[in-house]
Design a protein around this ligand. Structure first.
Ligand code: C2E
Ligand code: MG
Ligand code: MG
Ligand code: MG
Length: 287
């Protein structure tokens, strides 16, 4: 009896597994036409100067409004899009949309865009970045491309592509710093304008003295190589104070704002007094 019960479980498990595979396959099919159907939305999250709480720029984050499944998270669908190559077209859409929105912001505000491995490996990538900047008349120094260690691992010629992008005047950020295996090695091989410390480090700073020490060390290192540190995942005033003490110049997190629509972004910039001297409005924790 116990035996047949176990057998049933195996059948159920394999059926679930099959339907999961099936669902992935269906989603990948949908992904291929989602750009054309206008199902992707870009949202923007402010990156704030820790010292005076002024907006420094915004990171562009992608959302997929699936007709049946509702709004899906990029952690879920980006890997699927990388697997079937749809990420190249999706990435072009994101860059183009981000620059079209950033073109309306006051000049010094930057716009960050996440780039995945397949995009960086695309031969037309640099040309596309140049054309998009020209089309939207955005100064290259206002664009920051965020790449992760995985992107570097998967691209043999990452160095030459990054050099070409730098020659355009575009900034490069190393994203999710501290979550990979060889982050230090990459700091030696490449030049980064920004280092983004992953929220898994930042969020444990309150309880773990070690995390705080690591963040402080990364900030010291970054200073020596002329990079700016962005602390991700700042959710509380306490964390804001801690990352400031550790020497992080920039911060990002729900304390300042959740990712928001282009329209909300404009209001956020107006409220933060760009053109004037006012700082980012005091955090609204309700969100
Ligand atoms: P990321 O580039 O490290 O982006 C930061 C993530 O942290 C975002 O999640 C953001 O919403 C979240 N976040 C920001 N502040 C806080 C906070 O205070 N607390 C917590 N718990 N989370 C916070 P999101 O939007 O779900 O994006 C997840 C990841 O998906 C991104 O991580 C990035 O790797 C990828 N992604 C998003 N948009 C794109 C895109 O257009 N292209 C590519 N290739 N990847 C993207
Ligand atoms: Mg990022
Ligand atoms: Mg990150
Ligand atoms: Mg991340």
């Amino acid at each position: 009896c116990a035996k047949s019960g176990g057998g049933d479980r195996i059948v159920v498990a394999s059926r679930e597994f099959r339907s999961q595979l099936e669902q992935r396959r269906l989603l990948q099919r949908d992904l291929a036409s989602a750009v054309a159907r206008g199902e992707f939305q870009t949202v923007f999250q402010p990156i704030v100067e820790v010292g005076n709480l002024r907006a420094h720029g915004f990171e562009t984050l992608l959302r997929w409004d699936h007709p049946d499944l509702g709004r899906l998270s990029p952690d879920f669908f980006i890997p699927l899009a990388e697997e079937n190559g749809a990420i190249v077209e999706i990435g072009r859409f994101v860059l183009d949309r981000a620059l079209s929105i950033a073109a309306n912001w006051p000049d010094p505000l930057t716009v960050s865009v996440n780039v995945s491995a397949l995009q960086l490996g695309d031969r037309a990538f640099v040309a596309h970045v140049r054309q998009s900047l020209l089309r939207h008349a955005v100064a290259p120094h206002r664009l920051i491309l965020e790449i992760t260690e995985t992107v570097l691992i998967r691209n043999g010629n990452a160095k030459s592509v990054l050099d070409e992008l730098r020659a355009l005047g575009v900034g490069i950020a190393l994203d999710d710093f501290g979550t990979g295996y060889a982050s230090m090695g990459y700091l030696r091989q490449y030049r980064f304008d920004k280092i983004k410390i992953d929220k898994s480090f930042v969020s444990t700073m309150v309880d773990e003295g070690k995390s705080a020490a690591i963040v402080r060390a990364i900030c010291g290192l970054a200073r020596d190589i002329s990079a700016t540190v962005v602390a991700e995942g700042i959710e509380t005033e306490e964390l804001l104070a801690l990352v400031g003490d550790a020497g992080c110049q920039l911060g990002q997190g729900y304390l300042f704002a959740r990712p928001m629509s282009a329209l909300q972004t404009t209001l956020f910039i107006e409220r933060s007094g760009w053109g004037g001297v006012a700082a980012v409005p005091r955090p609204q924790l309700a969100a």
